[in-house]
Design a protein around this ligand. Structure first.
Ligand code: UT7
Length: 324
C-alpha cells in the first residue's frame, strides 16, 4: 500500500483580451511570420488593467473545483506557483483562499519561474504522501505582461497571462506503476545561470518591479538538453521510458523546444499537448493550462501516463510523471 496524490479536477482561466502577433508589427521591428516560425506562437492573452494574478488564479481554481465536484472548504492546502504576485506579500495563495471564501487549511506560494508548476506539483505530492494534507489545490498563475519591456522584441512577443489549477487528493495505491496519481518527480536548479533569464528589479535591490531580461538563444540550448534529460530521469526512476508515455504536457515556451524534447524522448508529436500557439509562454501557468485544455480537447483521459517538464529562470527545471 502506498498513498498516492491523484488528480480529481482541473481548470483554467485566460483573460479576455487576445493579442495577435500582427499587433506587435505596429510598434516593433518584428513580423507575424518571424514570431510563428521561431516560436510557434500566434497569439496570447493579456490581463486587463487592474486584473491581477490572484484574480486569474481564483477563476482557474473555481473551474477546477467544479470539475472535481468539490467545495472550497474541502481543500486542506493551496499552493500557488507564480513569479508575478499581486503584492510582495501576502502570498497569492492566501488571496485565493479568501477569494474562494474558505478559512480551512493553509496556503503559500512557490517561486521557480517557468518551472514553478513542476516544483509546486512535487511539493503538493509531498504534502499528500507525508500525510500533511488530503486535498491540495495546486495553481500556476501569472501576469508576465506586467514585467515586459515593450521595446525588447526578443522577449515581449513571447509571453502571455493566464492561470491553471489542479486538485490532488490522497488515495490508497498498490505502489506499482498501475496506480493513478503522481508516480515520479525529478527537480534541479543551477544558480550559476541567473544572468541568462532574470528580472532587473526587486524589493531588496532597487525597489522596482523590473523587466524580464533573457539571453534567449542560451536558454534555448539549456532547455533542449535539460528537459529531455529530466524527463528521462523521472521516467527511469520508475522503470519507464518514452514508449510508456501517452502524453507529454511540456512547458509551453517555444514549439521548437517542445518538438526537439519530444524527439529526444522518442515520443511522436501526436502524443504532445501543444497550446503555445494560443497562449504564448505563460510561465508557471503554462502546464496546468495545457493539462486543462488537453482534457477539454479529449486528449488526456483517465489512466493515461502524463509527463510534464519545464525549465525557467534560475535556472530551475524538472519533470513529473503521473497517471491521470
Ligand atoms: O520559459 C522560460 C524558458 N524560455 C525559453 O524557453 C525561451 C528560449 N528561447 C527561445 O525561445 C528563442 O531563443 C527565442 C524565440 C527567444 C529567439 O529565437 P532564436 O532562434 O534563438 O533567435 P536569436 O535570439 O538567436 O535571434 C536571431 C535574430 C537576431 O537578429 P540578428 O542578431 O541575427 O540580426 C534577433 O535580433 O532574430 C532577431 N529577433 C527578432 N526578429 C524579429 C529577435 N526577436 C525578434 C523578433 N522579431 N521578435
Amino acid at each position: 500500500m502506498k498513498i498516492r496524490a491523484v488528480v480529481r479536477g482541473v481548470g483554467h482561466y485566460l483573460p479576455e483580451r487576445v493579442v495577435e502577433n500582427a499587433e506587435f508589427e505596429a510598434t516593433l521591428d518584428t513580423t507575424d511570420d518571424w514570431i510563428r516560425a521561431r516560436t510557434g506562437i500566434e497569439r496570447r492573452h493579456f490581463a486587463a488593467e487592474g486584473e491581477t494574478t490572484s484574480q486569474l488564479a481564483i477563476k482557474a481554481a473555481q473551474a477546477a473545483l467544479i470539475d472535481a465536484g468539490m467545495a472550497a472548504d474541502q481543500i486542506d492546502a493551496i499552493v500557488v506557483a507564480t513569479s508575478t504576485p499581486d503584492l510582495t506579500f501576502p502570498s497569492v495563495a492566501t488571496m485565493v483562499q479568501a477569494g474562494l471564501g474558505t478559512t480551512s487549511g493553509f496556503a503559500y506560494d512557490i517561486q521557480a519561474v517557468c518551472a514553478g508548476f513542476v516544483f509546486a506539483l512535487t511539493n503538493a505530492n509531498g504534502l499528500i504522501v507525508s500525510g500533511q494534507a488530503e486535498r491540495v489545490l495546486v495553481i500556476g498563475a501569472e501576469t508576465f505582461s506586467r514585467i515586459m519591456d515593450w521595446e525588447d522584441r526578443g522577449t515581449c512577443v513571447l509571453f502571455g497571462d493566464g492561470a491553471g489549477a489542479l486538485i490532488l487528493e490522497a488515495a490508497n495505491g498498490s505502489g506499482t506503476n498501475e496506480d493513478r496519481g503522481v508516480l515520479s518527480t525529478d527537480l534541479h536548479s543551477d544558480g550559476r545561470y541567473r544572468e541568462l533569464l532574470f528580472v532587473d528589479g526587486g524589493v531588496s535591490s532597487n525597489g522596482k518591479a523590473g523587466h524580464l531580461r533573457m539571453q534567449g538563444n542560451a536558454v534555448f540550448k539549456h532547455a533542449v538538453q535539460k528537459l529531455a534529460e529530466t524527463a528521462h530521469t523521472a521516467l527511469g526512476k520508475i522503470g519507464m521510458s518514452g514508449e510508456d508515455v501517452n502524453w507529454i504536457v511540456p512547458h509551453q515556451a517555444n514549439l521548437r523546444i517542445i518538438s526537439a524534447t519530444a524527439e529526444r524522448m522518442q515520443v511522436p508529436m501526436e502524443r504532445v499537448v501543444v497550446t503555445v500557439q494560443d497562449h504564448g509562454n505563460t510561465s508557471a501557468a503554462s502546464i496546468p493550462l495545457a493539462l486543462s485544455v488537453g482534457k477539454q480537447r479529449g486528449q488526456i483521459k483517465t489512466g493515461d501516463i502524463v509527463v510534464t517538464e519545464a525549465i525557467g529562470g534560475g535556472l530551475a527545471w524538472g519533470a513529473v510523471v503521473l497517471r491521470w
